[in-house]
Design a binder for this molecule. Structure first.
Ligand SMILES: [Zn+2]
Length: 413
């Protein structure tokens, strides 16, 4: 009995009886031969209901646990099958692992925690697994923790967006809770079906309680949102509006650069090419070198610098928000229209059609910072997830990192 107590403690597992402990020299693994305690035996892996034993399954199996120091550790046990009236013939549940896994629960929880806090290579090296295995593990963990919490409770303000990955060939549709700042839903694809799936999952009652939906200006979003929650106020995500201005600015920069090159001023053209990031970045994040570059642009290239100011002014609109933001927005439109800078004249013309959505955003006080931060983090996750073989582990990683689904570190919850 003392043996059982010691090993349940070391492995962090309740409800097991330990029969034997051996050390396998070749694989440098401590093998703990165990079985579930009487009350935990012969239970369906899905509903945990007590069932009749069906057969011995594939016999003895091994589950890898957290290393003990530098030594591998594994639990070895029989894996019989049971017949559940609801789920049919399934491998019986074991108290130390999730269904379908070859790792212990603690091993998987630690891996999930690491995936939200550490780099890809650090996890693979420390846990001695491949990145693909990490993907499978976190998908399992996120599925379980996601089923335990109600992510859709008290939803009032949501943001819908799409994130491209695999060099823009694939998409995820994501939904964010503006109040908590959390990611609450992500699914592959960017079409009506993807967004409809969210509202289906949310259910009619809760959908009716949604007061505000922000998204980009794509028509298909608007159509689905208007159909599914007609009472919600439609807002335009500040992130996308500022992005239009950034794109217009980049167009101006390219034109100026081309003109300089064609007129033989190669040195100036080259310096402008390097100033791309200085123009893109938010001024508060500029490095001293980039600030100097920007000052140079102000000196030698007035239209480009004015284009930069136009972009920054539009960002300012969403920082100020409220009624003052709306006034500033209308002033901005007038300024852009008269700017004689073609891409901004064009933008002023197009943005007119989105005034209602932008005014709603400003009146509701939606800030760009949060949406922009979420986009940046999601883009990073899609890059880290490269190497997973399906979108599920990537979605799991996003939910663990940004959806608050990460389990606590084993032994420290
Ligand atoms: Zn069952």
């Amino acid at each position: 009995m003392r043996k059982t107590k010691l090993w349940s403690f070391l492995l962090g597992v309740d409800g097991i009886l330990v029969d034997d402990v051996t050390y396998e020299e070749e694989s440098r693994t401590l093998v703990v031969s165990a079985r579930p305690k009487a009350g935990k035996r012969n239970r369906c892996a899905h509903c945990k209901r007590r069932c009749g034993k069906y057969d011995n399954g594939d016999g003895t199996r091994r589950w890898r646990g957290l290393d003990l120091g530098t030594t591998f550790a594994a639990i070895e046990a029989q894996a019989p099958r049971v017949r559940c009236p609801e789920h049919g013939v399934v491998v019986a549940a074991v108290p130390w692992a999730r269904h379908g896994s070859w790792f212990t629960r603690d091993f998987e929880d630690q891996m999930a925690w690491m995936a939200t806090n550490m780099s890809k290579s650090a996890i693979s090296n420390l846990m001695r697994t491949t990145w693909r295995t990490v993907g499978k593990v976190i998908a399992r963990v996120a599925k379980e923790t996601g089923a335990k919490v109600d992510r859709f409770a008290n939803l009032k303000k949501i943001g819908v967006d799409e994130i491209s990955y695999r060099k823009g060939h694939r998409y995820l549709t994501v939904v964010v809770d503006h109040d908590s700042g959390r990611l609450i839903w992500a699914t592959p694809g960017k079409d009506e079906a993807a967004l409809n799936a969210f509202f289906d999952k949310l259910g009619e009652d809760r959908t009716a309680k949604i007061e505000l939906v922000s998204s980009d200006a794509a028509a298909w979003y608007t159509a689905v949102i208007q159909k599914r929650c007609p009472k919600a106020r439609l807002c335009l995500d500040p992130f996308h509006v500022v992005k239009w201005a950034t794109e217009a600015l980049d167009e101006v920069r390219r034109d100026v650069w081309n003109d300089l090159r064609k007129s033989g001023r190669a040195k100036l053209a080259e310096s402008l090419k390097r100033s791309r990031y200085a123009l893109w970045k938010n001024p508060e994040n500029l490095t001293p070198k980039q600030s100097i570059r920007l000052a140079e642009i102000a000196q030698v290239n007035k239209p480009l610098y004015r284009a930069y100011l136009l972009k920054e002014q539009l960002r300012e609109v969403f920082k100020i928000k409220g009624i003052h933001g709306i006034v500033l927005f209308d002033k901005w439109r007038a300024w852009a229209r008269r700017s004689k800078i073609a891409p901004f004249v064009e933008l002023a013309k197009n943005i007119k059609h989105h005034r209602t959505g932008i005014v709603a955003t400003l009146a509701e006080g939606l800030t760009n910072a949060r949406v922009e931060a979420m986009n940046t983090k999601l883009r990073l996750i899609t890059r880290i997830a490269f190497g997973f073989h399906s979108p599920e582990p990537m979605i799991a990683l996003a939910m663990l990192r940004l959806g608050g689904l990460c389990p606590p570190l084993p032994g420290r919850g």
